[in-house]
Design a protein around this ligand. Structure first.
Ligand code: BGC
Length: 502
């Protein structure tokens, strides 16, 4: 071999070696990054763990806090608010009633014709209106004027057979899904906003008075006959169709529960003991917190940066407003600390709340062999164009960790209520059915979440007890429920012979 050929061979070999070294270094770098990303995922999984033993501690903490909240005002993080609903619908309710359902980024106005035991819900009509984001953090008058205007427009569309008798005032059940300290069935002061609302001048105000003033400004003559939380509306609507309903839970943008309590078990109730002996309690369980909750640094950061730091901690690990955001925070950490998406952090990933829970749910439910839905969501929402199948699998796994924790903790909350009512054990004498009415977008649309929640209730209670526990979807019960409660608190009760009370 000539000198030139030898030289060329040496250069070639060196180039091959250098290239190989680069590949090896790149692979090592990648595997180092991958290992770091996996460590972050593993750590998240461990910290979010909810073995049955831990859930039992949450159940117990929930019942302890329920007792404390019932004992005195401010006695617990659980407000255990008295609803003034001491009778639930019987089916006898009759007449035309309106409902207004305000609790998220949309509100609904509803018109219902109730026909008593025979007719039941004869007819109903509704309209859904979205709230422009600036009204969620603006002034009270602006928000209520907007709502009253929409309500007035809806009332103007009353058609054949769907209007109140001449000379009568229209009556409304107002579902207001925020914590309110009620002063009667039809009045109450707002304690605080949740779920991204923050309208400072209405905190402490009577929300019925605010709405009534806005209705007057809109030229609408309507009386608020009942002010209810969405959990109370759902409980009322649930009881209307099933007499065994004893509690209602909302799993939606926010989360909360209400249940029927024995009035004598409410030490802070200073009113007359109701004839029924019962009182519905709005727990405001979104504000529950306990050292047994498996919280992570991501939850702490989310809370600290939220509109209501230190509040609604249970809600912030369970509900639809936050699940997607938790996933985003973990992904952002993986991008920053383990270059999970490459050398730079995708800018969109840094935007809070960009990953919504419905998108997380779509990724979590992706059954395609190449996880196409995950890939498309990452591309469309986070503008991350190329992701490997391995990366997509990690993301599905992360969704699973976050959703499973939320679902299992909500199950523990439900068992907490059953335990408070003494319905968590098998009684030989009396095998009573306990039905829990569930509603909310998270429960309705995030199937893996709801299935896991229902299975966990069974896991905690055991097979035998579970036979008597039914979780029932109360589709949109809260609107009908509010109308039913407006009917049972109508100013015309007793005047109109055709209306039988319960
Ligand atoms: C509110 C509750 C409401 C729940 C579900 C929470 O943020 O505080 O009053 O029932 O969301 O809508």
């Amino acid at each position: 071999m000539g000198k030139v050929a030898v030289g060329a061979a040496v250069i070639c070999a060196a180039a091959v070696c250098a290239a190989a070294a680069l590949v090896v270094r790149h692979r090592m770098k990648c595997s180092g990054r991958w290992a770091r990303a996996m460590a972050i995922l593993k750590d998240m999984e461990e910290k979010c763990g909810t073995p049955t033993g831990k859930l039992r501690q949450v159940v117990d903490a929930m019942t302890v806090e329920m007792h404390a909240g019932l004992a005195s005002e401010g006695g617990s993080k659980l407000k255990m608010l008295i609803s003034y609903v001491d009778n639930l619908p019987t089916g006898d309710e009759k007449g035309l009633f309106y409902a207004l359902d305000l609790g998220g980024t949309n509100f609904r106005v509803i018109r219902v014709l109730l026909g008593g035991k025979e007719g039941r819900v004869v007819k109903q009509e509704f309209e859904e209106v979205s709230i422009p984001p600036h009204l969620m953090t603006g002034s009270s008058d602006d928000l209520f004027d907007y709502i009253a205007a929409a309500l007035a427009k809806f009332v103007a569309t009353e058609g054949e057979g769907l209007h109140v008798s001449p000379g009568r005032q229209r009556e409304l059940g107002f579902t207001f899904s925020f914590p309110v300290r009620q002063t009667s069935i039809s009045s109450g002061n707002l304690i605080k906003w949740t779920k991204g609302f923050s309208i400072e001048d209405s905190v402490g105000q009577d929300v019925v008075a605010e709405l009534t003033k806005a209705m007057e400004r809109a030229g609408l003559d309507m009386r608020v006959a009942a002010l209810v939380n969405d959990t109370i509306g759902t409980l009322a609507g649930g009881r209307y169709s099933n007499q065994d309903v004893i509690a209602a839970v909302i799993l939606g943008t926010g989360t909360n529960a209400a249940y029927v309590e024995r009035a004598y078990a409410i030490p802070k109730w200073h009113g007359l003991l109701p004839k029924s002996g019962e009182m519905v309690i709005n727990m405001e369980w979104g504000n529950f917190r306990s050292s047994h909750l498996p919280l992570t640094e991501y939850d702490q950061a989310l809370d600290a940066e939220s509109l209501n730091p230190g509040e609604q901690i249970f809600e912030k690990v369970i509900s639809g407003m936050y699940l997607g955001e938790i996933v985003r925070r973990v992904l952002c950490h993986m991008a920053e600390e383990a270059a999970f998406f490459g050398d730079t952090v995708p800018p969109k990933l840094k935007i809070p709340f960009i990953l919504r829970t419905p998108d997380m749910s779509a990724m979590h439910h992706d059954t395609s062999s190449d996880l196409r839905v995950v890939g498309n969501k990452l591309k469309d929402i986070l503008e991350i164009p190329n992701t490997s199948l391995k990366m997509r699998e990690v993301i599905v796994e992360l969704c699973d960790i976050v959703a499973t924790r939320g679902a299992r903790l909500s199950a523990a909350g439900i068992v907490g209520i059953l335990k408070k009512l003494g319905r968590d054990t098998v009684k030989d004498v009396e095998k009573q059915k306990s039905v829990i009415a569930l509603d909310g977008g998270l429960y309705e649309h995030y199937t893996k979440f709801s299935t896991c929640m229902e299975n966990t209730v069974k896991e905690i209670l055991g097979e035998e007890v579970s036979e008597n526990i039914v979780i029932e979807h109360s589709n949109d019960g809260s609107g009908i429920g509010a109308a039913l409660l407006a009917a049972s608190h109508s100013q015309y009760l007793g005047i109109d012979e055709s209306f039988s009370t319960f």
